[in-house]
Design a protein around this ligand. Sequence first.
Ligand SMILES: [Zn+2]
Length: 329
Amino acid sequence: MVEEAAPGIFRIELPLPQNPLKALNSYLVRGEKRHLLVDTGFNRKECKDVLYGALEELGVRPDALDLFITHLHADHCGLAADLTTSPEAVIYASQGDSKAINRMTDGDFWLGYLRGMAQHGCDDELLHELESSHPAIRFGPSGKIGFSITGEGAVLRYGENELHVLSVPGHTPDHLALYEPRRKILFSGDLILGDITPNIPRWREMKDALGTYLQSLDKADRLDIALTLPGHRSLVRDTKKRIEELRAHHARRLAEVRRILEERALTACQVAAEMTWSMRGIRWKEFPAPQKWFAVNEALAHLDYLAARSEALREEDGGLVRFRRQKSA
Ligand SMILES: [Zn+2]
């Protein structure tokens, strides 16, 4: 599906089959000789077919495309290696996330990452299942990518648009967004989503991913935005209101985690099992492995947030990490 989101800027909806996100928004910014495609979809046939069909419909040749990758997740960068066949093509991404993308194409990277989750109470069965089902392992880029590193303060020009690069970490360690100040348009990646809340996972590179994410939301809140073009689902017309809702969501989540920790010390996996998730009545035990993974990571990001503010204490014992509620004296 192709929709003109704003004059000369097109939203291309790419299907993500069997994924709760349902679809990815890829955006084409029309330029003169070269055009900019913001995010690519998974490296899988279903995305590729729709994307190439849409480019044809728009009269854009793939060899006239430059890419801007908002962040390292495979639904945003999966097709980056396949799309850029022209030697002229520039693939913009942040220093941190581009490094991670290329590291992830090494098979053993994810195995090490997954096994590291055993200390948070994830059992062998779950980790084993993830080795074959994690979307980053199945649908990531097909090979290493020669990125053009960009970051805060850079300006990309395509057509009438002056796209200012913003650093908005949290959802990933070096997440980027693009802001067009004259048209007041924000390409938010997964910083701000309309109908769903972005997953905030724990990253080894970030001690407090949630705190960092909330600071990035504050940064977006200081901008004058008429239209936000998010990485998933519908466009956001009232960005200030949406930011307020996202803040409130995490405040509720933190209150829930504090309550769960009230009685005893728990691993992140145990905390995740007690949190409420919008999985339409499916019980924790029945969660598909990747959803459990995202849930445990999200629980960890909230536990880290509490630990960073001396509201929770992290304890290690017998190879397991548990969190205990810490109350101020
Ligand atoms: Zn993402």
